[in-house]
Design a protein around this ligand. Structure first.
Ligand code: SF4
Length: 328
């Protein structure tokens, strides 16, 4: 969290849905809708890092792409600094994209192999006609210095760089237009454990220096704990728990969050950890269970869970949970 963090929301998401039509066979018959994101509401405050966790396939990356309008929503709204992102035309999205950037998981495929590092970092400034050639070259040099690469890297190509160096270049490219909000989509998952903390530190330093707000998407709960101020947990297209980082990791409430946290490896072999093994498969997002989506794997499920979908409710000091165990 940087010093400019405050309670004002930079990003507000309300009732957001992204469904994908499913077809099958020669005649492309409809098989229903894949409900990747199915009615999410939350906000991200200025200057904070909001961590979004959940197993792969829970819809978190789709959510990130809908927020940035890389995908169009099926329903719901996203507001960025009070302005509705959903509903904007192409020109409006292009204008807004300057302030909202993304860092992808895979630094190997997200950089154009035919462009030099200098061209890659300069490209967003060329597209948005920022500064003249000399001004852009100076900015590229500044960004290379910021990410800890020598200025000679300007003429190198992505294949000459290590995975960590490539991800540094992705960060520099994302910073080139002085954005206010960056989606970090599993930015360290493809990297060696030994260099993950360097990239996380670079993200934290950049946030502090430029007053950035992050949405940090990851399946890795340890990484999310390290970098986030608040955390949201997703399951099958729904947000099922949101709380401040310490509150969530020390006092988790939702049975799914409890199971996820119990699976984090503990460095002390003597420490007694009660692992909660989740039984059953994750249900299909095409036909999710009625009522609570987690009920088919929940040991505490009761009759009400099959008929009534729990709402995400405040249970105290910014801690929200969607579970009938905590509602009257
Ligand atoms: Fe389990 Fe019911 Fe809570 Fe869902 S609502 S997590 S099924 S107790």
């Amino acid at each position: 969290m940087n010093s400019e963090t405050n309670d004002r929301a930079l990003l507000e998401v309300e009732g957001l849905k992204k469904w994908f039509p499913m077809t099958a066979g020669f005649l492309s018959r409809s098989r229903g809708q894949l409900k990747a994101v199915d009615g999410l509401s939350f906000e991200i405050r200025k200057g904070e890092t909001f961590g979004l966790v959940g197993e792969s396939g829970c819809g978190k990356s789709t959510l990130a792409r809908v927020i940035l309008r890389l995908l169009d929503p099926t329903a719901g709204t996203v507001r960025f600094d009070g302005q509705a992102v959903t509903g904007l035309g192409r020109a409006g999205v292009r204008k807004l994209r300057r302030h909202m950037q993304i860092i992808f998981q895979d630094p190997y495929s997200s950089l154009n192999p035919r462009m030099t590092i200098g061209e890659i970092i300069e490209e967003p400034m060329v597209i948005y006609r920022v500064a003249d050639k000399a001004g852009r070259a100076a900015k590229v040099r500044d960004l290379l210095q910021l990410i800890g690469l020598d200025k000679s890297y300007v003429r190198r190509y992505p294949h000459e760089l290590s995975g960590g160096q490539r991800q540094r270049v992705s960060i520099a490219r994302a910073l080139a237009l002085n954005p206010r909000f960056i989606v970090c989509d599993e930015p360290v998952s493809a990297l060696d454990v030994s260099i993950r903390s360097q990239i996380l530190n670079l993200l934290a330093e950049s946030q502090d220096r430029f007053g950035l707000t992050y949405l940090f998407v990851s399946h890795d709960l340890s990484v999310v704990r390290h970098i986030s101020d608040r955390v949201g947990v997703m399951y099958l297209g729904k947000l099922i728990e949101v709380a401040g980082k310490d509150e969530l990791y020390e006092h988790p409430l939702h049975p799914y969050t409890l199971a996820l946290l119990s699976a984090i490896p503990v460095p002390d072999p003597e420490a007694e950890v009660k692992r909660i093994i989740l039984e059953g498969d994750v249900p299909s997002p095409i036909d999710p269970p009625a009522g609570c989506r987690f009920r088919t794997r929940c040991r505490q499920a009761m009759g009400r869970c099959a008929v009534e979908e729990p709402e995400l409710r405040e249970v105290g000091s910014g801690h929200r949970v969607a579970c009938h165990l905590y509602s009257s």
